[in-house]
Write a protein that binds this ligand. Structure first.
Ligand SMILES: [Zn+2]
Length: 301
Protein backbone atom coordinates (compact mmCIF):
# COMPACT_ATOMS: atom_id res chain seq x y z
CA UNK A 1 0.00 0.00 0.00
CA UNK A 2 1.09 3.57 -0.72
CA UNK A 3 0.40 6.81 1.15
CA UNK A 4 0.17 10.20 -0.56
CA UNK A 5 -0.43 13.76 0.64
CA UNK A 6 -1.89 16.71 -1.21
CA UNK A 7 -0.92 19.89 0.61
CA UNK A 8 -2.50 23.22 -0.17
CA UNK A 9 -2.76 26.62 1.44
CA UNK A 10 -6.04 25.76 3.17
CA UNK A 11 -6.16 21.97 3.53
CA UNK A 12 -3.99 18.88 3.85
CA UNK A 13 -5.44 15.72 2.33
CA UNK A 14 -4.02 12.24 2.77
CA UNK A 15 -4.98 9.03 0.97
CA UNK A 16 -3.88 5.41 0.88
CA UNK A 17 -3.87 3.45 -2.39
CA UNK A 18 -3.96 -0.32 -2.43
CA UNK A 19 -2.00 -2.52 -4.88
CA UNK A 20 -4.65 -2.00 -7.59
CA UNK A 21 -4.68 1.80 -7.24
CA UNK A 22 -7.97 1.89 -5.31
CA UNK A 23 -8.34 4.42 -2.51
CA UNK A 24 -8.72 2.56 0.78
CA UNK A 25 -8.37 5.49 3.21
CA UNK A 26 -8.79 9.23 2.84
CA UNK A 27 -9.05 12.14 5.26
CA UNK A 28 -8.33 15.86 5.35
CA UNK A 29 -7.55 18.60 7.82
CA UNK A 30 -6.88 22.34 7.86
CA UNK A 31 -3.31 23.37 6.97
CA UNK A 32 -1.55 24.73 10.07
CA UNK A 33 0.27 27.97 9.28
CA UNK A 34 3.28 27.34 11.56
CA UNK A 35 6.13 25.06 10.46
CA UNK A 36 6.58 22.93 13.64
CA UNK A 37 2.83 22.32 13.88
CA UNK A 38 2.76 21.52 10.14
CA UNK A 39 5.39 18.76 10.65
CA UNK A 40 3.47 17.37 13.64
CA UNK A 41 0.21 17.34 11.67
CA UNK A 42 1.75 15.34 8.81
CA UNK A 43 3.19 12.84 11.30
CA UNK A 44 -0.15 12.47 13.08
CA UNK A 45 -1.91 11.85 9.74
CA UNK A 46 0.61 9.14 8.78
CA UNK A 47 -0.03 7.39 12.12
CA UNK A 48 -3.81 7.75 11.68
CA UNK A 49 -3.60 6.22 8.19
CA UNK A 50 -1.34 3.38 9.38
CA UNK A 51 -3.82 2.46 12.10
CA UNK A 52 -6.80 2.76 9.72
CA UNK A 53 -5.39 0.37 7.10
CA UNK A 54 -3.25 -1.69 9.50
CA UNK A 55 -0.08 -1.19 7.45
CA UNK A 56 3.37 0.25 8.19
CA UNK A 57 4.28 2.43 5.16
CA UNK A 58 7.85 2.11 3.93
CA UNK A 59 7.87 5.70 2.60
CA UNK A 60 5.68 8.79 2.22
CA UNK A 61 4.88 10.80 -0.95
CA UNK A 62 3.93 14.47 -0.82
CA UNK A 63 2.56 16.80 -3.48
CA UNK A 64 2.60 20.51 -2.72
CA UNK A 65 2.89 23.92 -4.35
CA UNK A 66 6.54 24.92 -4.64
CA UNK A 67 9.81 23.09 -5.26
CA UNK A 68 12.94 21.97 -3.46
CA UNK A 69 15.84 24.12 -4.64
CA UNK A 70 18.42 21.82 -6.28
CA UNK A 71 21.06 24.35 -5.15
CA UNK A 72 20.21 24.52 -1.43
CA UNK A 73 17.81 21.64 -0.74
CA UNK A 74 15.41 24.15 0.82
CA UNK A 75 11.77 24.72 -0.17
CA UNK A 76 11.10 27.66 -2.45
CA UNK A 77 8.28 29.22 -4.52
CA UNK A 78 5.50 27.79 -2.33
CA UNK A 79 2.34 29.75 -1.64
CA UNK A 80 2.37 27.89 1.71
CA UNK A 81 4.97 30.51 2.61
CA UNK A 82 5.70 29.07 6.08
CA UNK A 83 7.56 26.11 4.47
CA UNK A 84 9.78 28.26 2.22
CA UNK A 85 13.41 28.27 3.33
CA UNK A 86 13.02 25.03 5.33
CA UNK A 87 14.64 21.67 4.65
CA UNK A 88 11.23 20.01 4.54
CA UNK A 89 12.52 16.75 3.08
CA UNK A 90 15.05 16.13 5.88
CA UNK A 91 12.80 17.46 8.63
CA UNK A 92 9.91 15.21 7.63
CA UNK A 93 12.13 12.16 6.98
CA UNK A 94 13.66 12.56 10.44
CA UNK A 95 10.31 13.08 12.15
CA UNK A 96 8.66 10.11 10.37
CA UNK A 97 11.78 7.94 10.36
CA UNK A 98 10.95 6.98 6.75
CA UNK A 99 12.07 8.19 3.31
CA UNK A 100 9.94 11.07 2.02
CA UNK A 101 9.41 12.04 -1.64
CA UNK A 102 8.24 15.54 -2.53
CA UNK A 103 7.10 17.02 -5.86
CA UNK A 104 4.95 19.94 -6.91
CA UNK A 105 1.26 19.41 -7.57
CA UNK A 106 1.47 19.67 -11.38
CA UNK A 107 4.19 17.00 -11.47
CA UNK A 108 2.02 14.78 -9.27
CA UNK A 109 -0.96 15.24 -11.62
CA UNK A 110 1.17 14.40 -14.67
CA UNK A 111 2.53 11.29 -12.96
CA UNK A 112 -0.86 10.05 -11.78
CA UNK A 113 -2.44 10.49 -15.20
CA UNK A 114 0.53 8.88 -17.00
CA UNK A 115 0.50 5.83 -14.74
CA UNK A 116 -3.17 4.86 -14.83
CA UNK A 117 -5.22 7.85 -16.00
CA UNK A 118 -5.88 9.68 -19.27
CA UNK A 119 -2.19 9.47 -20.29
CA UNK A 120 -1.80 5.75 -19.61
CA UNK A 121 -1.20 4.87 -23.27
CA UNK A 122 1.42 7.59 -23.86
CA UNK A 123 5.20 7.15 -23.66
CA UNK A 124 5.76 10.88 -23.27
CA UNK A 125 3.00 12.65 -21.36
CA UNK A 126 2.70 16.33 -20.53
CA UNK A 127 0.30 17.20 -17.70
CA UNK A 128 -0.95 20.79 -17.46
CA UNK A 129 -2.98 22.31 -14.63
CA UNK A 130 -4.95 25.24 -16.01
CA UNK A 131 -6.61 26.72 -12.95
CA UNK A 132 -5.78 29.85 -11.00
CA UNK A 133 -2.34 29.55 -12.59
CA UNK A 134 -0.75 27.29 -15.17
CA UNK A 135 1.51 24.46 -13.97
CA UNK A 136 2.97 21.55 -15.89
CA UNK A 137 4.81 18.26 -15.51
CA UNK A 138 6.67 15.86 -17.82
CA UNK A 139 6.50 12.07 -17.51
CA UNK A 140 8.54 9.79 -19.78
CA UNK A 141 7.97 6.01 -19.64
CA UNK A 142 6.06 6.49 -16.33
CA UNK A 143 9.05 8.33 -14.79
CA UNK A 144 8.66 11.93 -13.65
CA UNK A 145 11.21 14.22 -15.33
CA UNK A 146 11.99 16.96 -12.80
CA UNK A 147 15.13 18.25 -14.53
CA UNK A 148 18.46 19.76 -13.55
CA UNK A 149 16.83 22.88 -12.09
CA UNK A 150 13.60 21.17 -10.94
CA UNK A 151 11.93 23.23 -13.67
CA UNK A 152 10.69 20.35 -15.87
CA UNK A 153 7.23 21.29 -17.16
CA UNK A 154 7.26 24.91 -15.96
CA UNK A 155 6.17 26.08 -19.37
CA UNK A 156 3.59 28.42 -17.80
CA UNK A 157 6.43 30.86 -17.18
CA UNK A 158 7.61 30.95 -20.78
CA UNK A 159 6.50 34.07 -22.63
CA UNK A 160 3.23 33.71 -24.58
CA UNK A 161 4.29 32.95 -28.20
CA UNK A 162 3.50 35.68 -30.77
CA UNK A 163 2.25 38.09 -28.10
CA UNK A 164 0.72 41.10 -29.80
CA UNK A 165 -1.00 44.00 -28.00
CA UNK A 166 -3.45 44.18 -30.93
CA UNK A 167 -4.55 40.59 -30.35
CA UNK A 168 -3.78 39.94 -26.68
CA UNK A 169 -4.32 43.38 -25.15
CA UNK A 170 -2.19 45.12 -22.55
CA UNK A 171 1.05 43.40 -21.44
CA UNK A 172 0.57 41.41 -18.21
CA UNK A 173 3.07 41.21 -15.34
CA UNK A 174 3.59 37.86 -13.63
CA UNK A 175 4.34 37.31 -9.93
CA UNK A 176 7.59 35.60 -11.06
CA UNK A 177 8.94 38.98 -12.15
CA UNK A 178 8.64 38.39 -15.90
CA UNK A 179 6.15 39.84 -18.37
CA UNK A 180 3.51 38.07 -20.50
CA UNK A 181 4.06 34.61 -19.03
CA UNK A 182 1.75 31.98 -20.56
CA UNK A 183 0.16 31.58 -17.10
CA UNK A 184 -1.15 35.13 -17.30
CA UNK A 185 -3.28 34.18 -20.33
CA UNK A 186 -4.23 30.49 -20.41
CA UNK A 187 -5.60 30.09 -16.89
CA UNK A 188 -8.93 30.83 -15.26
CA UNK A 189 -7.37 34.07 -14.02
CA UNK A 190 -6.16 34.92 -17.55
CA UNK A 191 -9.63 34.40 -19.04
CA UNK A 192 -11.10 36.65 -16.34
CA UNK A 193 -8.59 39.43 -17.11
CA UNK A 194 -9.34 39.17 -20.85
CA UNK A 195 -13.13 39.17 -20.51
CA UNK A 196 -13.43 41.71 -17.72
CA UNK A 197 -11.24 44.21 -19.62
CA UNK A 198 -13.51 43.87 -22.67
CA UNK A 199 -16.82 43.89 -20.78
CA UNK A 200 -15.87 46.27 -17.93
CA UNK A 201 -17.16 43.65 -15.49
CA UNK A 202 -15.90 41.32 -12.76
CA UNK A 203 -17.16 37.86 -13.72
CA UNK A 204 -15.31 34.71 -12.70
CA UNK A 205 -14.15 32.10 -15.24
CA UNK A 206 -17.12 29.75 -14.85
CA UNK A 207 -19.60 32.66 -15.28
CA UNK A 208 -17.72 33.70 -18.44
CA UNK A 209 -17.93 30.16 -19.87
CA UNK A 210 -21.67 30.07 -19.02
CA UNK A 211 -22.14 33.44 -20.79
CA UNK A 212 -20.23 32.14 -23.83
CA UNK A 213 -22.50 29.08 -23.99
CA UNK A 214 -25.50 31.43 -23.87
CA UNK A 215 -24.16 33.27 -26.93
CA UNK A 216 -22.79 36.40 -25.21
CA UNK A 217 -20.64 38.03 -27.94
CA UNK A 218 -17.95 39.40 -25.59
CA UNK A 219 -17.63 36.07 -23.78
CA UNK A 220 -17.37 34.32 -27.17
CA UNK A 221 -14.53 36.56 -28.32
CA UNK A 222 -12.72 36.16 -24.96
CA UNK A 223 -13.09 32.37 -25.32
CA UNK A 224 -11.83 32.37 -28.92
CA UNK A 225 -8.81 34.41 -27.84
CA UNK A 226 -8.19 31.92 -24.99
CA UNK A 227 -8.27 29.00 -27.48
CA UNK A 228 -5.87 30.85 -29.78
CA UNK A 229 -3.51 31.56 -26.86
CA UNK A 230 -3.73 27.89 -25.80
CA UNK A 231 -3.00 26.80 -29.39
CA UNK A 232 0.08 29.05 -29.59
CA UNK A 233 1.35 27.87 -26.19
CA UNK A 234 0.78 24.15 -26.81
CA UNK A 235 2.17 24.35 -30.38
CA UNK A 236 5.47 25.71 -29.00
CA UNK A 237 5.49 22.89 -26.44
CA UNK A 238 4.75 20.21 -29.06
CA UNK A 239 7.41 21.58 -31.45
CA UNK A 240 9.89 21.22 -28.57
CA UNK A 241 9.05 17.91 -26.86
CA UNK A 242 6.31 16.35 -29.02
CA UNK A 243 4.36 14.47 -26.34
CA UNK A 244 1.97 11.63 -27.24
CA UNK A 245 -0.70 12.91 -24.88
CA UNK A 246 -1.34 16.24 -23.15
CA UNK A 247 -3.53 15.76 -20.08
CA UNK A 248 -5.28 18.84 -18.73
CA UNK A 249 -6.38 19.32 -15.13
CA UNK A 250 -7.54 22.33 -13.10
CA UNK A 251 -10.69 24.42 -13.48
CA UNK A 252 -10.42 25.02 -17.25
CA UNK A 253 -10.15 21.25 -17.84
CA UNK A 254 -13.90 21.07 -17.15
CA UNK A 255 -14.67 23.24 -20.20
CA UNK A 256 -15.43 20.27 -22.46
CA UNK A 257 -15.33 22.21 -25.75
CA UNK A 258 -11.59 23.01 -25.43
CA UNK A 259 -10.70 19.40 -26.39
CA UNK A 260 -12.28 19.95 -29.82
CA UNK A 261 -11.26 23.56 -30.29
CA UNK A 262 -7.54 23.41 -29.35
CA UNK A 263 -6.60 20.72 -31.96
CA UNK A 264 -8.38 22.69 -34.69
CA UNK A 265 -6.69 25.99 -33.84
CA UNK A 266 -3.25 24.48 -33.17
CA UNK A 267 -2.83 23.57 -36.85
CA UNK A 268 -2.24 27.27 -37.56
CA UNK A 269 0.85 27.24 -35.35
CA UNK A 270 2.40 23.77 -35.25
CA UNK A 271 5.38 23.00 -37.50
CA UNK A 272 4.11 20.95 -40.47
CA UNK A 273 0.43 21.58 -39.67
CA UNK A 274 -0.27 17.96 -38.68
CA UNK A 275 -1.21 16.86 -35.18
CA UNK A 276 -1.28 13.40 -33.63
CA UNK A 277 -0.87 14.55 -30.01
CA UNK A 278 -4.09 13.87 -28.09
CA UNK A 279 -5.57 16.42 -25.69
CA UNK A 280 -7.41 14.72 -22.82
CA UNK A 281 -9.12 15.72 -19.62
CA UNK A 282 -7.49 14.44 -16.40
CA UNK A 283 -9.27 11.22 -15.52
CA UNK A 284 -8.88 11.58 -11.77
CA UNK A 285 -9.62 15.32 -11.62
CA UNK A 286 -8.88 16.82 -8.22
CA UNK A 287 -7.63 13.45 -6.93
CA UNK A 288 -4.82 13.23 -9.50
CA UNK A 289 -2.33 15.15 -7.36
CA UNK A 290 -2.67 12.92 -4.35
CA UNK A 291 -2.59 9.73 -6.47
CA UNK A 292 0.63 10.94 -8.13
CA UNK A 293 2.17 11.84 -4.75
CA UNK A 294 1.59 8.28 -3.52
CA UNK A 295 3.55 6.96 -6.54
CA UNK A 296 6.53 9.34 -6.31
CA UNK A 297 8.96 6.83 -4.81
CA UNK A 298 8.93 4.59 -7.87
CA UNK A 299 8.73 7.34 -10.43
CA UNK A 300 11.32 9.99 -9.72
CA UNK A 301 14.52 10.26 -11.74
ZN1 LIG B 1 5.73 34.04 -14.66
Amino acid sequence: MLIGFDIGGTKIEVCVLDECGNTCFKTRTTTPKKYPLFLETISALVVEAEIAVNHDFTHVGIGLPGTISPATGLMKNSNCTFINGHDLLSDLSNQLNKPVYIANDANCLALSEAIDGAGEKGRLVFGAILGTGCGGGIVFNKILWEGANALGGEWGHNPLPNFSPLKDGEPRSCYCGKENCIEQFISGTGLEITYNALAQSSLNASDIIAAKRNGDATALSAYHLLIDQMARSFAALINMMDPDIIVIGGGLSNVEEIYEDIPIQIRHYIFGNELKTEFKKAEYGDSSGIRGAARLAKATN
